[in-house]
Write a protein that binds this ligand. Structure first.
Ligand code: COA
Length: 224
């Protein structure tokens, strides 16, 4: 009989009970893959420039910015843009969803205005208790849409996930979210893997399928 008796994040303990021998062997096996350090912060802040010359500062979101970023996600959810009707029900729900993840802000450095936010967290599409693949949510405020932010967010997703220690990114995009699907199609580090049926219920639309996209961060040509 084989029993798993402990679930410490970095070790598995197996007891092998051989009937007749009354022998108990305890085998400790270290899991060999690296486990992402969810609290680890990459080199921040990062400075980057949009194609229209806007200076962008990417940093760990402050408590105030987390509230503002949540408001943006909540609004998108209500407009049926990219998220299901129950994705971000309250600020507490938003924080809980990212409790093992991280929330980053994008700020227009010159105007001192919020451009958007991106979160990196352990993928929900995994059976492991410590997934090595990162999921992400991201948003651009209405004011800053149409200025090429999607390419930046697409790059930040893989870059931040790599710096935190994930081995890959596993993203989920509604099939009607053309800008995000296009950004992945245009960037060779991303593979469009599969279509999952009825992943979200979107306001004024109904059930929608998702395209699953993957970026392998153990392939060094995919990292920055
Ligand atoms: C998705 C989102 C981040 C994109 O940001 P954005 O500022 O609107 O997009 P950008 O201006 O950077 O780029 C849009 C690109 O998509 C293209 N695009 C827009 N609508 C399109 C359509 N219907 N079909 C094909 N391409 C389209 C544009 O031509 C542009 O391509 P280009 O970069 O090659 O010029 C933003 O719209 C948003 O916050 N949406 C709500 C939340 C969301 O969907 N988050 C992601 C969930 S997976």
């Amino acid at each position: 009989m084989l029993l798993r008796i402990a679930s410490h994040p970095s070790t598995q303990r197996l007891i092998v009970n051989r009937p007749g021998h009354h022998l108990v062997n305890i085998i400790q096996r270290r899991i060999l893959h690296r486990i992402p350090d969810y609290k680890k912060l990459p080199n921040l802040p990062k400075h980057t420039v949009l194609k229209d010359g806007t200076n962008v500062l990417v940093d760990s979101a402050t408590e105030k910015q987390i509230g503002d970023i949540y408001t943006q996600f909540h609004g998108a959810m209500h407009r049926g843009q990219g998220y299901g009707h129950d994705d971000f029900l309250s600020l507490d729900h938003f924080k809980e969803k990212h409790s093992r993840g991280q929330i980053f802000s994008l700020v227009d450095q010159d105007a001192d205005r919020l451009i958007g936010g991106i979160t990196i967290y352990p993928s929900r599409l995994s059976r492991a208790s410590n997934p090595v693949l990162a999921g992400s949510n991201f948003i651009v405020t209405q004011e800053y849409r149409g200025r090429g932010c999607i390419k930046l967010l697409n790059r930040l997703y893989s870059e931040l996930a790599d710096e935190i220690g994930y081995e890959g990114c596993l993203g989920e995009i509604h099939v009607n979210n053309a800008p995000v699907i296009k950004a992945c199609r245009d960037n060779p580090i991303w593979e469009l893997i599969e279509r999952l049926p009825k992943t979200s219920y979107v306001k004024d639309y109904g059930w929608i399928d998702s395209v699953i996209v993957y970026c392998d961060l153990t392939n060094k040509s995919n990292t920055h």
